[in-house]
Design a protein around this ligand. Structure first.
Ligand SMILES: C[S@@+](CC[C@H](N)C(=O)[O-])C[C@H]1O[C@@H](n2cnc3c(N)ncnc32)[C@H](O)[C@@H]1O
Length: 255
């Protein structure tokens, strides 16, 4: 088998036959800066099949509900927790109670038997989890260097030895945003355990296990030009366009 065929079959193994995932919980009113990573989150949670998943920073649920969708569709036994004050902050903007009401209703209607909303601060929620009990965490709270560094340090001890940590906004260069600096430090320290998507503000994938390179675990090659990355970036564009132009009742045609 040549190199390209091997790589393609690896992507297919990872993504499954239907690669395009369109999230029903997203609409024009509730677009998320995360939308380009939604196909990845949907496949990734299926791939690693965690016992416990925690998200820090959920807002409308753009990222969170795509993880939950996959848990449901793939009959995983994952318990999910979304942690947020649902008040907002300087970077995401401050918002009203109706955002929590939407997330709570959507969660109750679709996922309440395995998904829990913790309306509190990250600092308050950490006490609810045993050490080494979380297999996957997505960190998307306040984006200053100090905040993301503190989220990482605080929650690292809660992670299982084979766990994964995801960081959003790794490519944002704006005053007050420090995820990029934090991520570069992590990549310098653990180059074999880090993979980064550059689209949709950047998403860092960090594997806590130092045993084998993250590329082997996920079954794809590293590098900015990898076919895997390009495929997801294409999906991001399709997702964005579809959300904009195709009426939601017709999404099932490609979903
Ligand atoms: C960027 S938004 C999350 C976006 C979401 N993941 C998505 O897919 O669209 C950040 C959220 O983190 C929450 N947040 C920030 N810092 C927090 C803290 N220390 N405790 C609880 N919530 C926090 C804010 O209320 C806000 O809703």
């Amino acid at each position: 088998m040549n190199k390209t065929t091997t790589r393609t079959s690896n992507y297919n193994k990872f993504l499954g036959r239907k690669t395009l995932y369109l999230p029903k919980h997203i609409d024009r009113k509730r677009k998320s800066a995360w939308s380009g990573h939604i196909p990845f989150s949907h496949s990734f949670i299926k791939k690693i099949n965690p016992n416990k998943f925690v998200e820090l920073g959920t807002h409308h649920g753009g990222s969170y509900f795509s993880f939950c969708d996959s848990v449901l569709k793939n009959s995983l036994q994952t318990t999910c927790y979304a942690v947020d004050t649902w008040e907002g902050e300087e970077h995401a903007g401050f918002y009203e109670e109706d955002v929590y009401q939407f997330v709570d209703n959507y969660n109750k209607l679709n996922f309440s038997h395995f998904s829990n909303l913790l309306q509190m601060t990250f600092e308050g929620a950490v006490k609810k989890f045993d050490d080494q009990s979380v297999d996957l965490i997505h960190i998307d709270g306040f984006h200053s260097y100090e905040a993301v560094h503190s989220d990482y340090e605080t929650w690292k001890q809660k992670m299982s030895p084979n766990g994964f940590m995801l960081f959003h906004d790794t490519s944002v260069e704006q005053p007050g945003f420090g995820v990029k600096r934090f991520w570069n430090e992590l990549m310098n320290k653990y180059p074999n355990q880090c993979f980064e998507f550059y689209h949709s503000h950047g998403l860092g994938v960090f594997s806590l296990d130092s045993g084998s390179p993250i590329s082997e675990k996920l079954g794809f090659t590293m590098g900015r030009e990898s076919e895997y990355r390009q495929r997801y970036e294409k999906q991001a564009v399709i997702l964005g366009r579809t959300m904009k132009w195709l009426p939601k009742p017709l999404w099932h045609l490609i979903y």
